[in-house]
Design a protein around this ligand. Structure first.
Ligand SMILES: C[S@@+](CC[C@H](N)C(=O)[O-])C[C@H]1O[C@@H](n2cnc3c(N)ncnc32)[C@H](O)[C@@H]1O
Length: 274
């Protein structure tokens, strides 16, 4: 029986995830000695709108050659994009041992071992010295974190003076109950949704300045509607987020899409500076 550090780690666990991804690449006839970032793009960004939104977030500031931390990095797709396209030195941290093993091996597979590194750890107890990073980046992680003050104060602590915090997240908007399963939680035990105003207040109290915030809700709805249409017409992608979300993928997507459409949830990205 596998030991998990928390219910959250268990929720995200997929046994032999790396081997499953490799086998799906082989089934598509992809030569394993020539795998490119684009070949794994369907699976290595675990958030609404995948690579497209990461690119938009990256373009919102000058990231060139930054020392960057991705908190809750998952399989490391954003980390590799930031290393490849912006020359960043990226460290990713995630609670899931299986995701960290997979992220490390995928970086090796596509040739980014020198510029990305992945460590297993908890976002609320970051194992890094004060002021270690120019930029901290996080996408779709804080919904799993109860102690949000600790989460944001750890981000503040590891940032340099004038360091930048980039986020893209799912927040609570309405007062209705959320229907589970969601991509980040099978039930409410590991789901801690809060309004964006709460995050903003915490960051302002930590003396951050709010440089930009973008409501991404309509973009997310549009993306999901297209995605569902494609699945209905062509079946599930050969290498997609269904590999990470398992048998309940469709229900999770439906519940999240309904929450966004009904105005109970909202997607927001933004930039804060210290
Ligand atoms: C929906 S996935 C997003 C992954 C990645 N940020 C991306 O967008 O591709 C959420 C991730 O947060 C991680 N996570 C949740 N709680 C965490 C915590 N307390 N510390 C570190 N990672 C955490 C999970 O293991 C999972 O990999």
């Amino acid at each position: 029986m596998k030991d998990f550090s928390s219910i959250t780690e268990k929720h995200y666990y997929r046994s032999n995830l790396l081997e499953e991804i490799i086998s799906r690449l082989e089934k598509q006839g992809i030569d394993l000695s020539k795998v490119k970032r684009k070949d794994i793009a369907g699976v290595d960004e675990f958030h609404v709108r995948g690579a497209q939104v990461s690119k938009e977030l990256a373009e919102s500031i000058d990231l060139e050659n930054a020392k960057l931390l991705d908190v809750g990095c998952g399989l490391g797709g954003p980390a590799r994009m930031l290393a490849d396209e912006y020359g960043c030195q990226v460290t990713g941290i995630d609670l899931s041992q299986e995701f960290i093993r997979t992220a490390t091996n995928l970086s090796e597979l596509v040739g980014f071992s020198n510029s990305t590194k992945f460590v297993c750890g908890d976002a609320t107890k970051l194992p890094f010295e004060d002021g270690s990073f120019d930029v901290v980046w996080t996408q779709h992680v804080q919904m799993n974190i109860k102690d949000k003050e600790k989460f944001y104060s750890e981000i503040n602590r590891v940032l340099t003076d004038k360091g930048i915090f980039l986020y893209y997240d799912i927040f609570k908007k309405g007062n209705q109950e959320v229907t589970y399963p969601m991509p980040w939680a099978s039930d409410s035990a590991i789901s801690f949704l809060s309004p964006p105003t709460e995050m903003e207040k915490t960051l302002i109290d930590l003396k951050f300045k709010n440089l930009q915030s973008v409501d991404q809700t309509d973009n997310g709805i549009f993306f999901f509607e297209k995605f569902i249409e494609q699945i209905d017409q062509l079946g599930p992608p050969k290498l997609g987020l269904n590999v990470l979300m398992g048998a309940t993928t469709k229900t999770k997507i439906f519940n999240l899409l309904s929450g966004l459409k009904e105005g109970n949830l909202t997607l927001q990205s933004g930039v804060f500076v210290k």
